[in-house]
Design a protein around this ligand. Structure first.
Ligand SMILES: [Fe+2]
Length: 213
């Protein structure tokens, strides 16, 4: 059995995120021309950006799952001032380098799928997300063993809104759409030792909420 979902033992309080500011940031800054089921508003990347709303500028310029020689993070205007607790949280995730992070406002059902994954093949679960709005105990985000198997809706905890899931071996999606549900989606090159230890510690601490297939 493998861990498909676990809450993560990193302290974060979603109530520190101002919801009016959050929705207004997304409304004004989501990337245009993305054919996706969510509005994505990037908050940080590791390359210089001219236009934060340009798909090519945000998604077309990174080197992928490789360490960048000139690693430097570029935050979108206003993020560090308005959302300092999120910046602090991103610092604590077990990455050698963060590739980027986006606010994700869910708009349409997202059917079971797998993501593009880290080509360094770190231990799974490898994807870190954070629930930023009050949709705890939600029935939207799900994991499933195969594309067609039963959807399992994890309990996202108010005291542990950071979670990790396996997007390589299993499937995930989000359905139904809840009112103004926003998550922070993170990607980066994992430090496999720190990552492994965090998953071990977290899945032990929150064992009653871990989903395994
Ligand atoms: Fe996905």
């Amino acid at each position: 059995m493998k861990v498909a979902y676990t809450p993560i033992d990193i302290e974060f309080d979603s109530s520190t995120v101002d919801k009016v500011q959050l929705l207004s940031f997304i409304k004004n800054n989501y990337v245009k021309d993305l054919e996706y089921t969510s509005k994505l508003a990037p908050i940080v990347v590791r390359h210089k950006v001219n236009d934060w709303r340009s798909k090519a500028d945000i998604f077309g310029k990174d080197v992928g799952y490789k360490l960048s020689d000139n690693y430097k993070l570029y935050y979108a205007p206003g993020i560090e001032e308005t959302f300092p607790t999120i910046v602090k949280l991103l610092d604590q995730l077990p990455y050698k380098q963060l590739i980027g992070a986006c606010f994700n406002l869910h708009q349409n059902p997202l059917y079971p799928h797998q993501d593009e994954n880290d080509t360094n093949m770190p231990q799974t679960p490898e994807r870190y997300n954070v629930l930023l709005t009050e949709h705890f105990g939600q029935d939207s985000f799900f994991v499933a063993k195969t594309r067609t198997s039963e959807k399992v809706y994890p309990t996202i905890l108010k005291e542990a809104p950071v979670y990790s899931f396996d997007n390589r071996n299993f499937y995930h999606g989000a359905d139904p759409v809840l009112d103004n549900r926003v998550i922070l989606v993170c990607s980066g090159i994992l430090d496999d030792e720190r990552h492994k230890e965090l998953i071990r510690r977290s899945s032990e601490k929150y064992k009653n909420y871990v989903i395994k297939f």
